[in-house]
Design a protein around this ligand. Structure first.
Ligand code: SAM
Length: 240
């Protein structure tokens, strides 16, 4: 019963091109027209982005490092990565999200496309699902996208992302331990018709097992929780 109509992917794509785009553009943006819950999610998500930037830069400078941002949304991560000098490929299944990311990047990376002498390089933005991503990147990052994948599709998604990464893979996801608590909170706050697509939570052990299956191990872990936002972050590296 996980698939409805064209399947989860089509539903997700449609959502993030329409109502989901409006909702998440606001949450990921900086305008004041957000409610208390959206403001809280904005804060939580920005902490996840900060954690990722810290995990990445702790291992060394990002200048010239190739990074794939899979499911880039409005560019919340792609832009700070580019500011640090990373060579970013950012892709998302939603054309609306990618267009917004591109617009944000143009506004925020004024010295784009210099490509050398230390200036940020404009990320390469693409409208494609992450299953269609190919090539090799030093680092692959996939933030808060696994929530759209049922467990039956999660292993293949993680394996594919790992196949694109040479040195490290960072994935964040909503941890399953808070499942009932989260559902309860959401249920209490949003009575009536569902405001979003179906959300899938994932046990950390399942993610770790999926990584292990393709020869990767978790090196670092982080957790961001605010009142309405929960995200587990893992950094994986080839097990060797
Ligand atoms: N990673 C971004 C961030 O953290 O700012 C956006 C997170 S948002 C909750 C989830 C994003 O994943 C949406 O932009 C959505 O369009 C994208 N997405 C969902 N399923 C996808 C898929 N199969 N392939 C590529 N992108 C996908």
């Amino acid at each position: 019963a996980e698939e409805v109509g064209g399947g989860d992917k089509e539903v997700v794509k449609d959502y993030f091109n329409k109502s989901g785009f409006e909702r998440w553009k606001k949450i990921y943006g900086e305008t004041d027209d957000v409610n208390r819950v959206q403001r809280d999610i904005r804060l939580g998500h920005s902490k996840t982005v900060e954690n990722v930037m810290k995990m990445l830069t702790d291992e060394g400078k990002l200048e010239g490092v190739t990074v794939c941002d899979a499911g880039c949304g409005t560019g919340c991560l792609a832009i700070p990565l580019a500011k640090e000098g990373a060579i970013v490929t950012a892709a998302d299944i939603s054309a609306a999200m990618v267009a917004e990311a591109e617009k944000q990047a143009r506004e925020q990376l004024q010295l784009s496309n210099r490509g050398f002498s230390g200036g940020p390089v404009m990320p390469k933005f693409e409208v494609k699902d992450l299953e269609s991503l190919d090539g090799k990147y030093d680092t692959v990052v996939c933030l808060d996208v696994l929530i759209h994948y049922p467990q039956s599709k999660a292993d293949a998604m993680i394996a594919h992302l790992a196949s694109l990464a040479e040195n490290r893979l960072l994935i964040s996801f909503a941890p399953k331990t808070l499942y009932y608590d989260l559902l309860k909170r959401i249920g209490e706050l949003f009575p009536g018709p569902s405001k979003a697509t179906r959300a899938y939570l994932h046990a950390e052990a399942d993610v770790e097992r999926a990584l292990k299956k393709v020869g990767w191990r978790i090196r670092k872990r982080g957790l961001t929780t605010t009142q309405f936002y929960f995200s587990r972050l893992v950094e994986a590296v080839p097990a060797k």
